[in-house]
Structures are given as structure tokens and as C-alpha cells.
Design a binder for this molecule. Structure first.
Ligand code: PMP
Ligand code: GLU
Length: 395
């Protein structure tokens, strides 16, 4: 059967496939410690689950408006106002099947074939593939060595007249870095000067540490009209499987995204929408408790990784990932097997040290490994011990 060039050109998601492989090996009885999962390991809070059960019992099981139920859009509008200082009416909001879906709708709506999309490195795996699916041309931005974010110079260097969109992910997956406000302000000025649209993925915004504050780029003067804010409940409320994300932006863009959604998925699951509505009204303590736990784990994994000779990493102040530079171990070998890339290093770690992590190359940066610390302190202790024992045997 014919498979289109479009489909052939798409890579599988490294983050999803490595997590799935780790789970499959665990199921076979292998003692794998996984640092690959990009999802909180906590259960969805029970008030949220109860709301979903209530929705089912009430027969809330039919189609809803494509762009989401009015109550949920109202709750999102309030959230954006209260937490981000952004005023969006429900007409400027669309609810989709996960933030990934919101992003895809946004890229399909904004990117014409041949348009350049500025993508700061290291990037979350899905951005690149979605740009390719839309026929856009990714233009990679190198991270500045000091901050690990794309600075204004890097963006200026990469600009051409075909540049249309800039993707920002703040806090970042895979590094956990948080953009400073001054940096965002300069990027906002540049976006206005160059007529760029910003797709701002803020899905990890509530998961921050060391007092880091995430400011939405949409909140800078005159930026709201050129920004699509992407967010969702997956990470903040430990709801990855419920598949609810959302986008906020200018009404005509949101309506166009709605037309795409009309003909692709229709509404996101009615029951999940009710659960997400409840999630947005929960006591902030619920999220704060999770953040506290993540923070303990973050400190633990930073401590362990910093004890490994020559390994460095940008301090993660958000999300639940750490992106560590192992390039001084490339070109070496383990029990006669040579290690020449982050992919080979991740493979050999899985086979020999029984720990799963994601190779940096999946995020566009060779020599690095991404560890998710959305796992127990015990797993972090044991997994890091395995990593250190393994490193001691490399020569
Ligand atoms: N953006 C980023 C940066 C992510 O890491 C993820 C992880 N899945 C998503 C978006 C998508 O989230 P969702 O599960 O809501 O589709
Ligand atoms: N975003 C998470 C990750 O990076 C979940 C998997 C995915 O959707 O890519 O691991």
C-alpha cells in the first residue's frame, strides 16, 4: 500500500517510545528504573476523579461543542486572568485532546508550506514533527551557553524574511530552564519588529522551583494579538491520560483551529472536560504539594548528577526534567562496546545499567541525556547508583 512522503518523513516520538519500551521490559520482569516518562507519577486527585464519575452517572456522555463546554472555557478564561493577567473571552479559547493537539491545530492554522518556524534547541520532540507535517521549515536556534535559552542574538542570526512563527516552551522540556522576564521582553520586541507569531507552550508553568516565576509572553504590551498560548491540565493536575489541553489566542485563529478540530476529532471527551473543569477549581494546595515533592526529587537528582565527573547541566527551575551533558563519555567504551552517541549511551544504559532515559539527540542536541525525575526518591537513589557504577566502568 502506498505510504505518503508526509507519513514516511515523520519520526516516532522518542519520549513516548522509550517510556513504552521501559514499561514493556518491566512487564517482562526486567528490573528497569525509568527516568524516561514525561508524566507525573502521582494519581489524579480524587476530587477530579469524582467529578468524572458524576459526569458519567449524569449521562454527560454525548458530543459537546467542538471547542469545549462553556463552563470549562469560562474556567480557563478565569484561570488565564487570575494566574497570568491575560483577558481572553471564551470565544478566544479552544479545548483540545491534550496540549499536543492544541499545538498541532495551532501549527496547521498558522504555518503555510515553506514558512520558517524558529525552534529553540533543545526542543521537545513533537514541535519538529508537527512543523514537518504542516510543510513548514524548521530553523533551529542554538541555546546560549550561559542560560540555555535562545537569546535575542541567536534569534536575530537565524531570521530571514520567511520566518513566521517562533516556538517558545517556558519552562522548557527537556531542560527545565525558565526564561527570565527581561529576556522575554526583548523577544517580544523582536517579534513585533519582525511580525512573528509566537506559539507559547506554557504547560509546565505551575511546576517551578527556587522562586522561579513564569511570565506569559502574551502579557507583554501588544503581544496578545500575536501569541497563541498553549496550556493544559496534563502535567499540573497529573491528568496525562485524560487528554485535555487548550489554546488561547485571537478569535479568528481560534475559530480556524476549531474548523480543523471539527473535521478531525470533534470535541475532546465530554467526561474529561468535566474533570478538567473541576481541576481548574481545586485548592492550589493540591498542586503545591506535588511541586514540593518534585522539588525534593529535583534536588536529589541534581546532587547525584553533579557528583559524576565532567557531567554538567543547566539548573532546572521548572518542569520535571534535567538535561545533562555526558559528551565527555562519548568516544569511550563499556566492556568493549564503544559509545559514540547519546543514542548509543541511552541504549547501553538501558541494557547494561537497567535505567531508561532519553538521548539528547531526540531534542536536537548530541551528547546529552534527559532524565525525568517524576519518579520516587527511592528510584532516583537506586537509579543514580546504577548510573554511577556504570560510569565507573567506562574507559
Ligand atoms: N508540551 C510539552 C512541552 C510537553 O512536554 C508535553 C508532554 N506531553 C505536551 C506539550 C503535551 O501535553 P498533553 O499531554 O496535554 O498533550
Ligand atoms: N511530553 C512528555 C515527554 O516529553 C510525554 C511524552 C510525549 O508526549 O512526548 O516525555
Amino acid at each position: 500500500m502506498q505510504i505518503t512522503e508526509r507519513a514516511k518523513n515523520i519520526e516516532p516520538s522518542a519520549t513516548l517510545s522509550i517510556s513504552a519500551r521501559a514499561k514493556a521490559l518491566q512487564k517482562q520482569g526486567r528490573d528497569i528504573i525509568s527516568f524516561s516518562a514525561g508524566e507525573p507519577d502521582f494519581d489524579t486527585p480524587s476530587v477530579i476523579k469524582e467529578e468524572a464519575k458524576k459526569a458519567i452517572d449524569e449521562g454527560f456522555t454525548k458530543y459537546t461543542p467542538t471547542s469545549g463546554i462553556p463552563e470549562l472555557k469560562e474556567a480557563i478564561s478565569k484561570k488565564l486572568e487570575g494566574e497570568n493577567g491575560l483577558f481572553y473571552s471564551p470565544r478566544e479559547i479552544i479545548v483540545s485532546c491534550g496540549a499536543k493537539h492544541s499545538l498541532f491545530n495551532a501549527i496547521l492554522t498558522l504555518c503555510n508550506p515553506g514558512d520558517e518556524v524558529l525552534l529553540p534547541k533543545p526542543y521537545w520532540v513533537t514541535y519538529l514533527e508537527q512543523i514537518k507535517l504542516a510543510g513548514g521549515k524548521p530553523v533551529f536556534l542554538e541555546p546560549s551557553p550561559a542560560t540555555f535559552t535562545a537569546g535575542i542574538e541567536e534569534i536575530r542570526k537565524a531570521l530571514t524574511p520567511c520566518a513566521r512563527i517562533l516556538i517558545l516552551n517556558n519552562p522548557s522540556n527537556p531542560t527545565g530552564v525558565v526564561w527570565e522576564e527581561e529576556e522575554l521582553e526583548k523577544i517580544a520586541e523582536l517579534a513585533k519588529e519582525q511580525d512573528l507569531v509566537v506559539v507559547s507552550d506554557e504547560i509546565y508553568e505551575r511546576l517551578t522551583y527556587d522562586g522561579a516565576k513564569v511570565r506569559s509572553i502574551a502579557s507583554f504590551p501588544e503581544m496578545k494579538e500575536r501569541t497563541i498560548v498553549i496550556n493544559g491540565v496534563s502535567k499540573t493536575f497529573s491528568m496525562t491520560g485524560w487528554r485535555i489541553g487548550y489554546a488561547a489566542g485571537p478569535q479568528e485563529v481560534i475559530e480556524a483551529m476549531g474548523r480543523i478540530q471539527d473535521h478531525s476529532t470533534s470535541n475532546p471527551t465530554s467526561i474529561s472536560q468535566r474533570a478538567a473543569w473541576r481541576a481548574l477549581q481545586t485548592d492550589p494546595c493540591l498542586v503545591e504539594e506535588m511541586v514540593e515533592k518534585f522539588n525534593k526529587r529535583r534536588k536529589l537528582i541534581m546532587q547525584h548528577l553533579s557528583e559524576i565527573p565532567s557531567v554538567t547541566f543547566p539548573i532546572p527551575r521548572g518542569a520535571f526534567y534535567i538535561f545533562a551533558n555526558f559528551s565527555s563519555y562519548l568516544g569511550k567504551s563499556f566492556q568493549g562496546k564503544s559509545i559514540n552517541s547519546s543514542l548509543e549511551l541511552a541504549e547501553i544504559l538501558l541494557e547494561e545499567a537497567q535505567i531508561a532515559c532519553v538521548p539528547g539527540i531526540a531534542f536536537g542536541m548530541e551528547g546529552y541525556l534527559r532524565f525525568s525525575y517524576a519518579t520516587s526518591e527511592e528510584n532516583i537513589e537506586n537509579g543514580m547508583k546504577r548510573l554511577k557504577d556504570f560510569i565507573n566502568q567506562i574507559n
